[in-house]
Design a binder for this molecule. Sequence first.
Ligand code: C2E
Ligand code: MG
Ligand code: MG
Length: 681
Amino acid sequence: MKIASIQPRDTDAFDLHLLDHEGFEIARKLQVPVWVYDIDKARIPFANAAACKLWQAESEAELSARNMGDGMSSTVAKRLKQYQNDFIETSATFTELWTLYPNGKPQNVMVVYSGLRLADGRMAMLCEAINTFEDEPENVRSAEALLHTDVMIMLIGEDGPALYMNPAARNVVPNIRKELQSLFVDPTDHADLIIALSATGEHRLVAEVHTANGNRWFDISAKTCSDAATGAPAILVTAIDVSELKMARDKARYLADRDLLTGCYNRSFLQSHLTYLSTLDAPPQCAIIFFDVDRFKQINDRFGHEVGDTVLRQISNRARGLIRNCDMITRLGGDEFLILLEGIGSIEEIDQRVEELRDVISKPIFHEATRINVTVSMGISVFTPGQADFTEVMRHADIALYASKEAGRNRATHFNEDMGRAAQQRNQIEEELKTALKRREFVLFYQPRVDLRSGRVVSVEGLVRWNHPTRGLVMPDTFIPVCEETGMIEDLGREVLEVGCGQAIAWHAAGYDFEVSLNISPRQFADKHLLRTLYTLAQKPGFPKGKIELEITENVLFGDDRIIAKKLQTITKMGYRIAIDDFGTGYSNLSYISRFPLNCLKIDRSFVDQLPSSGPIISLILTLAHQIGAIVVAEGVETEEQRDWLANQDCEQAQGYFLSRPVPPVQFLEFAEQLNAQAEQ
Ligand code: C2E
Ligand code: MG
Ligand code: MG
C-alpha cells in the first residue's frame, strides 16, 4: 500500500494529515481490523471500524486521542522500536501474536505488521489483525513469556536469516538480515553446529557471538524443525548469555593454573602440560632452563618484600617477553623459575636463548627510587617428553643450577653425567647424615679460649664432629654445608645446643666456671624453633646463666635490623651471650655492630695469620669492640709471637692450635686444669 501525503481532516485530533486519503478509505471498508501505529508518538492516527472495535474505542477520534505509551512495558516499547528499524532497512512484514490491552483488558491477536512511511519521512507501522483468540490463555501466556523472557529465541531458515526473533534476541542481534553463520566469532563453532544438527537434529554449545554490545558468550541450544508458517526446514535456536559465568569460570581456571604474583604458570599446570606432550605421537625435543635469582634473600632482607616482589615480577615479564608462543614460563615457588622450550633443535639454539635471557634480566630493575641489579643462575637439561621421567629431568636441571651457584653464580650450566655422580654423592651423604642424626653419631670437641692477661682457660668452644662408624671422625666442613642446604642443620644444631649446654651444666655442677660457646649457623638462626629450643635449655636446672655464648656470623645480621635486634635481645634476656664469629670476613659495613647486643667479637683466623701486617686492622677491631663494650677473641693463634702481639694490644682472649687443638671433653678438662694451675703459680 503506497501512501502519499494528504491534507489534514477535521477529525484529526492527531496528525492524520500524514496519511494517504484514498488508500485509507479502502482500509476503512475492510472487515479485518486495520490500524496505523505511530511508533515515535505512541498514537494510533488511523483505525478502521473493526480496529476501533478491537481496541474497544467509541470512535476513531477517541482511539487516536489515546496515548498508547501509557502503561506500556519497556520490552514492548523496545520491540516496537526494533520493528521500526527493521522497516527502515527492509520491506519485511512480521506476524506475531500480541496481547493488546484495550481499556486494560487483555485481547490476543495475531497481527501482521509492515512498515508505513509517513509523509514527514518517519516510519510508522501498519497493523492488520488476522486472527483473534478469545479464550486461549495458554496462547496468551506463551506469547507474553516469549516477549518478556531474557532467553534469546530465534527461528532461522536453514540457510537464510532469521524468520523470527523475540525481543531478547533482537537486543543482541540488531540486524535481522544477518545469517546465523555471521553471528559466530569462531566459524568452527557454526560448522560444528551444522554438522551436529544434520547428524542428530540437535546441538548444544557455548560459543562467542557478535552482538550489539560487543562479543559475548552464549550457551546455545539448537534444534532442527519446520517453520510453522511455511513448513520449510528451519532451526530453532535458544541462547542464554553466559558471559559473566564464563568469565568467572575462566578466571577461576586462570587462577588455578597460575602463580598470582607473576602471572606465570604454576607447577601443576606445567606437569599437566608435560603429560600432554608425552602422549603425543612424536613429542618434540624440549629443554628446561631452571633458574633462580642470585642472593634473592638478601634483596628481600635489604630492600623489603615489596621490592622482592617487583624483582620477581620484572624478571618473569622480561623472560615472558623473550620466549616464543610455544614456550612456557613457570614459577615453581620463591625465586625459582622454569622455562620450557619446546621443539628445540640444538645446544647452540638453547645457549643463544640463555644468553638473551641473562642479558634481559641483568638490566637494572627499578622500584620507585630503588635501583637493583640482579643476576640469575641457571641449570639446563634437555629431554624428550615420554622418553624421560620428568622428575629426573627436573633433578638434572637442579643439579646443573647448583653447579652454576657453586661456580660463582650468574652463569648457566648444562647438566652432564659427572654432575649427576657428584650429586649422587651428596645425596648419599645426606642419607647418611639422616641416619647419623637418628643414631646420635655427632660429638662435640672442645677448644679452649685463654685469657691473655691471666693465662687461664676462661672459655671453651664446642666444635661438632661426626663420629662415622667406618670413616672415623669427620670434620664439620664436609657436612655442615650439606646440613645447611638441606635444612638438616635445624636438627643437628639442636643436638649441638643440647649436648653443649648439657656439658656446661655438668662442668658448672662440678665447680668449673668456663664459659661455653656454641656455633649457630645462619639457617639455624632463621629457624623459627630456635627461640623455643634456647628457652627450654635455659630452663634446665643448673643452667649457667650468662655463661653460654652463641657464635653467629656477620651475614646473620644482614637483613631487617629491627627483627634481628629483637631476636638477639630475646636471646640475651634468656641468659645467653652473643659473639660474632669469623669477624672481619663478612660485610665491610661495621656500623651495624653498635645496633645489636653483642658481647664478643672473634677476629677471623686470616687476620691473625697475617700478623704483623694485619696489625692495624686488628687494632681497629679492638678499638671498635671496646667502644661497644664487647671483648675480643683472636682465632687461629698458632705461634707464640702472635699470642704475645695480641696480649700487648690488650686483646682479651686467644684460641688456636698454639694453645690447644679441639679435643674431647676429658682431655679438655685435663688441659684446662693444667694451664690454670700453671697460671696460679
Ligand atoms: P669456627 O666456628 O670458626 O671454628 C673454628 C675452626 O677453626 C675450627 O675448625 C677449629 O678447629 C679451627 N681452628 C682453631 N684453631 C685453629 C688454628 O690455630 N689454626 C687453624 N688452621 N685452625 C684452627 P673446625 O672444628 O673444623 O670447624 C670449622 C667450622 O665449622 C667452624 O668454624 C664452624 O663454622 C663450623 N662448625 C663447627 N662446629 C659447628 C657446630 O656445632 N655448629 C655449626 N653451625 N657450625 C659448626
Ligand atoms: Mg666458631
Ligand atoms: Mg671462627
